[in-house]
Design a protein around this ligand. Structure first.
Ligand code: ADP
Ligand code: MG
Length: 256
């Protein structure tokens, strides 16, 4: 057991879409300050798992706790989940989510993309939110793009804005769902560099990615998912170089 307190504690989570069982009993613990990289074949449930952590999807059974607070809980026949809806919404503002395809607000400038949620969801003054936004844009190397619109930026720049926007809510936890998969190859590095910088600062992150080199360099734990289950997990040196399970070996043989 890791000595740090758990930032994320997922227990026995099941999730179906109609007849399709997508998560078949997932247990996952992420310690505060650690980086977990999730790999696995397409369709294995990686995005669904991330979305349940942020309650973009409700679980059918099992529990999800973030930072010690049970934010999702449901058993057939009771309504506990619904009763905690307000707590879910409150917690969600402290969980950043970065999507494959950026999801920036197209009609807002870059700096407005960063100030919108702090002003509307956290009640910050526009002046304070703008100062924070400009500092964050500087950190991701985009101070000169504050007044640009998303369409005027490259994909890599847009994704760096999306990361800065997530950081503007001072999240306890950052979730990345294939943050570089929509990018031209030459733009992947600039986004991974920003995520590496966050890792060095001790940000708790779960990153779904196919970038195995990144996983090797940055992850504290690599999780291999297949067919709705966590097949195995461990430090990168173990999971990537000496996997125990045949399915992990078969997957790595395809992506490495
Ligand atoms: P991954 O991210 O590992 O590729 P996903 O979690 O996106 O996998 O999807 C797992 C399975 O669940 C896939 O078969 C996908 O088609 C299905 N799925 C995901 N979201 C939905 C949804 N909202 N409705 C129905 N099926 C879904
Ligand atoms: Mg996915």
């Amino acid at each position: 057991m890791s000595p740090q307190p758990a930032m994320v504690e997922v227990r026995a989570v099941h999730k179906s879409f109609g007849p399709l069982d997508v998560l078949k009993g997932v247990d996952l613990r992420v310690a505060a300050g650690e980086v977990t990289v999730v790999i696995g074949p397409s369709g294995s449930g990686k995005s669904t798992l991330l979305r349940t952590l942020n309650h973009l999807e409700k679980v059918d059974s099992g529990t999800v706790a973030v930072d010690g607070t049970l934010i999702g809980y449901r058993r057939s026949g009771d309504r506990l989940y619904e009763l905690r809806e307000r707590e879910i919404l409150r917690q969600r503002t402290r969980i950043g989510f970065v999507f494959q395809d950026f999801h920036l607000f197209p009609h807002l400038t870059v700096v407005e993309n960063l100030t919108e949620a702090p002003v509307s969801a956290l009640g910050r003054s526009r002046k304070a939110a703008t100062a924070t936004a400009l500092a964050l844009l500087d950190r991701v190397g985009l101070a000169d793009k504050a007044d640009a619109y998303p369409r005027q930026l490259s994909g890599g720049q847009q994704q760096r804005v999306a990361i800065a926007r997530a950081l503007a809510l001072e999240p306890k936890l950052l979730l990345f769902d294939e943050p570089t998969s929509a990018l031209d190859p030459e733009l992947v590095g600039e986004v991974l560099d920003v995520i590496k910088d966050l890792a060095r600062r001790g940000t708790t992150m779960i990153v779904v990615t196919h970038e195995i080199g990144f996983a090797r360099e940055v992850a504290d734990t690599v999780v291999f998912m297949a067919d709705g289950r966590i097949v195995e997990q461990g430090p990168p040196g173990q999971l990537l170089d000496a996997p125990r399970e045949a399915r992990t070996r078969a997957f790595l043989a395809k992506v490495l």
